[in-house]
Design a protein around this ligand. Structure first.
Ligand SMILES: NC(=O)c1ccc[n+]([C@@H]2O[C@H](COP(=O)([O-])OP(=O)(O)OC[C@H]3O[C@@H](n4cnc5c(N)ncnc54)[C@H](OP(=O)(O)O)[C@@H]3O)[C@@H](O)[C@H]2O)c1
Length: 294
C-alpha cells in the first residue's frame, strides 16, 4: 500500500520514511512540494494522490516562536489538518494525524488518558488542540498524541543534549518538568505496521479516534537528558538541576504531562518499551555516529 505523507525533513517524517519498506511505500511531501499555509494546495495534493492512507507529520513545532506567530501556528496546526481531514473524508481515505501532550495544562497527579479535559496553556498547545478537533470530525481519522519525541533523526532533545554535553563545561537542565519520552522510531514502526489495518477498516472501527502513544514510565527533563548523556564517554559537562522558571521561556510549559497508553495497548496490542531502554539505545547510536546528530 501507499501512504501520502505531509512532511519530509522533520524528525518523525524522516523516521517514517526510514521505517517504510516491504509492502508499504511512503510518498513524502516537503514544504516546497506543499506548503501547509496554502489550503488549496493541501486539498489538491490529497485529491490527486494515488494512496490508501494520508499521514500528517508536518506541524509548526516551535513552541516559543508560536507565541509571537499565532496566525501561522493556527494555519499550520489547525486549519491545514482540518482541510486534510475534509479531503480524506471526500475520498473515504483514513487520515492519521499527530498531536501533543501540550494540549494539557500539566496539573495532574497521574498520567493523562484520552478522555481527560484538554486545557492548553500556550499558543502551540491551543493550535494543536484546534487541529485535533478539526480532524476528528472525519470518521476515519486517527489522532496520536505523543510527547518528548526523540530518535536518531532531525532536531530532538536527546541529540541536542548530547551535543551540549560535549560543548559545555556546565549544563543546566530543567528538573521540575515531568513527562513520558516517545521513541520516534518505535512510533514510525507502529505507523507503518498499522497502516494496512487502518486502510482496511470501516467507519466505527475502534482503530479510529484519539490515542496516546509514548514509552512506558515517567521522568523529568533532567533524568531524560542524563540517561542519554551518561552513555557518551566524550561528554564533559557537569549537569546541574534548574527550574522551568529560571529559563523564563516565552511559552509556559505544562509542568507534568505524562501520557497513559492503556487505550493504545488495548486496541492495538501495543507494548510500550521502558523509556530509559529506548533512550539509551538511541544515545548509543548517536554517539557511535556523530554525523547523525542534529
Ligand atoms: N518533537 C516533539 O517532541 C513532539 C512532541 C509532541 C508532539 N509532536 C508532534 O509530532 C509531529 C512531528 O513532529 P517532529 O518532531 O517531527 O517535528 P519537526 O522535526 O519540527 O518537523 C516538523 C516538519 O513540519 C514541516 N512544516 C512546518 N511548517 C510547514 C508548512 N507551513 N508547510 C509544510 N511543512 C511544514 C517542517 O518543514 P521544514 O523542515 O521545511 O521547516 C518540518 O519538516 C508534529 O505534529 C508535532 O506537533 C512532536
Amino acid at each position: 500500500m501507499r501512504i501520502l505523507q505531509f512532511g519530509r525533513t522533520g524528525q518523525v517524517a524522516t523516521a517514517v520514511q526510514a521505517a517504510a519498506g516491504g509492502t508499504v511505500e511512503v510518498i513524502a511531501l516537503s514544504r516546497a512540494d506543499c506548503d501547509l499555509q496554502d489550503p488549496e494546495a493541501v486539498r489538491a495534493a490529497i485529491l490527486a494522490a494515488d494512496c490508501g492512507l494520508v499521514l500528517n507529520t508536518a506541524a509548526f513545532t516551535h513552541v516559543d516562536p508560536a507565541e509571537a506567530r499565532p496566525d501561522e501556528a493556527f494555519a499550520v496546526n489547525a486549519a491545514a489538518p482540518g482541510v486534510m481531514a475534509a479531503a480524506c473524508a471526500e475520498r473515504d481515505l483514513p487520515f492519521v494525524h499527530l498531536s501533543t501532550d501540550a494540549v494539557f495544562d500539566g496539573q495532574t497527579d497521574r498520567p493523562y488518558v484520552e478522555t481527560d479535559a484538554a486545557r492548553p496553556i500556550n499558543v502551540y498547545g491551543r493550535s494543536k488542540l484546534a487541529g485535533e478537533r478539526a480532524v476528528l470530525v472525519h470518521p476515519k481519522a486517527v489522532v496520536l498524541r505523543i510527547s518528548w519525541v526523540f530518535s536518531r533523526y532531525g532536531r530532538n532533545y536527546v541529540s541536542f543534549m548530547l551535543r551540549l554535553a560535549r560543548e559545555r563545561e556546565v549544563l543546566k537542565i530543567v528538573a521540575d518538568q515531568f513527562g513520558t519520552p516517545t521513541d520516534g522510531e518505535a512510533l514510525a514502526a507502529f505507523l507503518i505496521a498499522t497502516a494496512p489495518r487502518w486502510a482496511a477498516a470501516a467507519n466505527g472501527d475502534p482503530a479510529f479516534g484519539l490515542f496516546h502513544f509514548a514509552n512506558a514510565g515517567e521522568t523529568s527533563r533532567f533524568d531524560f537528558a542524563k540517561a542519554a548523556i551518561d552513555r557518551d564517554p566524550l561528554a564533559k559537562a557537569r549537569l546541574e538541576r534548574t527550574s522551568q522558571a529560571a529559563f523564563a521561556e516565552p511559552a509556559p510549559r505544562p509542568p507534568r504531562s505524562p501520557l497513559d497508553t492503556g487505550k493504545l495497548q488495548k486496541v492495538f496490542g501495543f507494548r510500550p518499551e521502558p523509556w530509559r531502554t529506548a533512550v539509551e539505545r538511541t544515545a548509543d547510536r548517536l554517539v557511535a555516529d556523530p554525523a547523525a546528530r542534529a
